[in-house]
Ligand binder design. Sequence first.
Ligand code: GDP
Ligand code: GDP
Length: 436
Amino acid sequence: MRKSVVAIVGRPNVGKSTIFNRLVGERISIVEDTPGVTRDRIYAEAEWLTTRFNVIDTGGIELGDEPLLVQMREQANVAIDEADVIIFMVNGRDGITGADEEVAKILYKSNKPVVLAVNKVDNPEMRENIYEFYSLGFGEPFPISGTHGLGLGDLLDEAVKHFPEKVQEEIDDETIRFSLIGRPNVGKSSLVNSLLGQERVIVSNVAGTTRDAIDTPFTKDGRDYVIIDTAGMRKRGKVYENTERYSIMRALKAIERSDVVLTLIDAETGIQEQDKKIAGYAHEAGKAVIIVVNKWDTMEIKENTMKEFEDKVRSNFRFLDYAPIVYLSAKTKKRTHTLIPRVVEASENHAKRVQTNILNEVIMDALAMNPAPSIKGQPLKIFYAAQVSVKPPTFVVFVNEPELMHFTYERFLENRIREAFGFEGTPIKIYARKRK
Ligand code: GDP
Ligand code: GDP
């Protein structure tokens, strides 16, 4: 089931990023200590009542030196292309400006639902200012204040009303969905072609749930797979499609719909900062991850070449210590056959449920071997553990006092769980909860 997408558009300074941060605020930082993961997001998950959805702050899509008007137009186009509902934001203190009308003109042409938000209505007296905005032609204006967090509930109620009926993907649960992410030119398209070239493509390029996502199903050895494309097969040459943030946004959308994410590295150019950032997104999303070192054909292979490269990968991607590394060449197809078995393994581990009694034996053995250290004289007591969910496997450990669970001890437990059950390819999460 895919989440609905809300995009915020409007001319600069109306308060888009303020509202975006309010909507996604608490959820933004998941793994504080992941190196190389930037926090300045334009695409993130938000929640209203029981509905989860994704929000795009189109104001964050910067286009270098392009004139303001071009920027606004491109941002509105992103909203139209990507969103299910558009929040068109104006400033209640300024009245309608020429720039608002420019944005409105682009939105008229789309058939996406538009909800009009009048921001900076910081107090009830200012509510009178909103009536003039009826003339923009998007129906009732919703007064809000980003600064004070006012009116957001009514605005979101309205936005949620326009969400599409839940889009059930016509793919059964046995199907393994995976995507390929990585910098431009690491070889994503080449690897997709090389994988598909080996297999019989049942249906070619079935359009996905969003207009522009191209999902390609294929079958191999009786198993069904879907490759979720991020490589930008649709190359329309729009300005925004060439920006880094846009490609990150595309990658995030694909990651979210995947079970397994293949994060590609170019052996020829070596590991770069951007590689870490991109891989960080897959990790944070809690997906199974495989590190694919492509263009292995360009390496002059000596005795230690693979070991040396592996050391580099491991030291640069510490947060992905669970991810297997596959070395291959999309071009010569060398070793590409080794990839799919790892995808299957990672996917199965990502969805694996362990038996509670065995889990507790493992935890108790771990405790006996290495008792939890006391913090300020207070010992951590562990009573019981349970796996509460899958994708990724998530464990709750009931303890006397959660604050006594030091992360190094949590790490130790994680390693014991991994040794006992084999969770190669998938992150696992452990939470300490107070026993009631
Ligand atoms: P964006 O360019 O549309 O993303 O706008 P920003 O979110 O960066 O906000 C522009 C300015 O408006 C900032 O100085 C904000 O602090 C301010 N601002 C945002 N929301 C409100 C609001 O509800 N009331 C007032 N008075 N100022 C606001
Ligand atoms: P994308 O931008 O990540 O989709 O990358 P492409 O698949 O378009 O590949 C970028 C370039 O790298 C192209 O010129 C490919 O021919 C080349 N390339 C891709 N895979 C390999 C490989 O395994 N070995 C070599 N030597 N070149 C490759």
